[in-house]
Design a protein around this ligand. Structure first.
Ligand code: NAD
Length: 270
């Protein structure tokens, strides 16, 4: 079966609901934006200023969907607040938030990791997630909704990404944050879940900065050959988008405060 065929599924009706998606210019965020718009959602596409953000918008509009773009840095509190206000002002309310933008950042041994590089990875991945959830609440608390946070298998099931202590710590922090937010926001009928993808074919390599010092890290064990038991290849962003659409929909209305792994069993090997 082709990956494209696997990506197709019958989705619950999300028509006319409003979604805000960060990292929508590329990879998982872009695939989710395209799929949710195909299902009839109005989507606010959030990303750094980039041609790819506009390309996502054009793809959605060409297919008959509705999208607006907001180019911001998700680690900036004021900009994130404005993105939510702009979305709510445009379409009245917000039903779904996909807090997805993230970077691998600088990869280095702990003793060589510069504190400013650590801070940047945490600021984008963890503080950016906090800011998205914080500024979503005023727009969702009256009618409820769903929030999905993109974490990773790194930091929850996998700890062998050399030099990725900052990244993995940010991803572990996102899972803890999602669980606490799920409890705190249950009173508003806002569900909060984290998804934990394994290796997915995206552009994240562009935001990955390995340092020469990485060679110093040696773990005295050989891992099994190959790392994708189910499909023998990294996943596609569209496969993750299917999970995101399910969590955005009422079909998942009893699911909150949990992490869902989507990795073809990759993380069970480590
Ligand atoms: P990607 O690089 O293709 O897309 C990420 C997008 O986020 C980019 O468009 C980028 O411009 C945007 N972004 C980065 N920093 C930003 C900032 N400060 N403000 C606004 N936008 C910003 O990568 P992806 O793989 O689609 O990554 C999406 C999420 O998936 C990330 O949180 C990543 O950690 C997670 N993830 C990816 C994989 C993988 O193998 N690709 C695996 C597990 C988790």
């Amino acid at each position: 079966m082709q990956t494209g065929q696997k990506s197709r599924m019958v989705l619950p009706d999300l028509k006319d609901r409003v979604a805000l998606i960060t990292g929508a210019g590329s990879g998982i965020g872009r695939a989710a934006a395209v799929l949710l718009a195909q299902q009839g959602m109005k989507v606010c596409l959030v990303d750094l200023k980039d041609d790819r953000l506009e390309q996502t918008k054009q793809e959605i509009e060409t297919a008959g969907g509705q999208a607006i773009t907001v180019d911001i840095d998700i680690s900036d509190p004021k900009q994130v607040e404005q993105a939510f206000e702009h979305t709510a002002h445009t379409w009245g309310r917000i039903h779904f938030v996909f807090a997805n933008a993230g970077i691998n950042g600088v990869l280095a041994p702990i003793e060589d990791m510069k504190s400013e590089d650590w801070d940047r990875t945490l600021a984008v991945n963890l503080k950016g997630t906090f800011l998205c959830v914080k500024h979503a609440i005023p727009h969702m608390k009256e009618n409820g909704g769903s929030i999905v946070i993109t974490s990773s298998i790194n930091g929850s099931r996998t700890f062998s990404g050399f030099g990725m202590t900052a990244y993995s710590s940010s991803k572990a922090g996102q899972v803890a944050f999602a669980k606490m937010a799920a409890l705190e926001l249950a009173q508003y009928q806002i569900r909060v879940n984290a998804i934990c993808p394994g290796s997915i074919k995206t552009h994240i390599g562009e935001n990955t900065q390995p340092t020469p010092e990485l060679e110093k890290i040696k773990i005295p064990i050989k891992y099994p050959e190959g790392n994708q038991p189910l499909e023998h290849a990294p996943g596609e962003p569209e496969q993750v988008a299917n999970l995101v659409a399910f969590l955005a929909s009422d079909a998942s209305h009893h699911i909150t405060g949990t992490e869902l792994f989507i990795d073809g069993a990759e993380s069970l090997l480590r």
